[in-house]
Design a protein around this ligand. Structure first.
Ligand code: G3H
Length: 237
């Protein structure tokens, strides 16, 4: 089964995402960037709204790859009580040291690394470092939200290789990055653990807009349908 991640910005949107059937409620502030962080109070309020009905993740912000700053943000975000802290990996600085520092700072939260595939070259070293630091998953996303999707930056073969490397390292593998309805079936065929969305859930398809319950339900259903087709194809083919 492929899971569906919905990025939301406040308790009202979190409730919409839960009601529509999203599997993972991801808290972020799209106005602050690809992985913009929400204030701790908003994260806590969203967590209270979700009330254990779904796992909740929160992003630490689009930070430079500097270990002390990343560790402080991971620790601060974990202290809100979310299940998963999502840490972005971009170019410059020392990504490998940041991954190790995040692993030491996570407290009781699980960690998921988000490799911004348009900003840093995807390497197996990053994935291996996450596994060594105790991360549970790794996602690809895009850092620049200019209408291009993850599939504009990486071929299906590269995405399949990423999923294989993540699985080999014992991590679940997620894909995101301005994904639209039309991307779901081809990406589901690659066998990711989870597909993540924000823009496609919003009125007008703009990620800073509010999410639309009908769009969320449509994306959830499409991920379900594509996931089952892949399941059947894997057994019949
Ligand atoms: O974690 C997933 C992201 O929120 C995806 O956002 P996007 O679909 O607007 O690129």
């Amino acid at each position: 089964m492929i899971r569906m991640l919905a990025s939301v910005t406040n308790p009202e949107e979190a409730e919409i995402a839960v009601t529509a059937g999203a599997d993972l409620i991801d808290l972020k502030n799209p106005s602050e960037g690809a992985l913009g962080a929400l204030p701790a109070g908003t994260i806590r309020a969203c967590r209270e709204t979700v009330a254990g009905r779904r796992p909740v993740s929160a992003t630490i912000g689009d930070l430079p790859m500097e270990p002390d700053g990343v560790a402080a943000a991971v620790s601060r975000t974990a202290a809100t009580g979310v299940d998963i802290v999502k840490m972005g990996i971009s170019a410059g600085g020392d990504p490998l040291a940041c991954i190790a520092a995040a692993g030491r700072a996570r407290g009781a939260a699980a960690l998921v690394g988000v490799i911004l595939a348009d900003l840093i070259i995807l390497t197996n070293d990053l994935i291996r470092a996450m596994a060594d630091a105790g991360f549970i998953g790794v996602m690809l996303d895009t850092g620049v939200k200019d209408g291009r999707t993850l599939r504009d930056h990486l071929s299906d073969d590269s995405l399949a290789a990423f999923i294989g490397q993540a699985r080999d390292a014992g991590l679940w593998a997620g894909l995101a990055g301005s994904l639209r309805l039309a991307d779901i079936t081809p990406l589901a065929a690659l066998g990711p653990s989870i597909l993540g969305f924000r823009g496609a859930l919003c009125q007008g398809g703009a990620r800073r807009d509010v999410i639309d319950p009908d769009r969320v339900a449509e994306v959830v259903q499409s991920v379900r349908d594509a996931g089952s087709l892949g399941w059947v194809a894997a057994r019949v083919g």
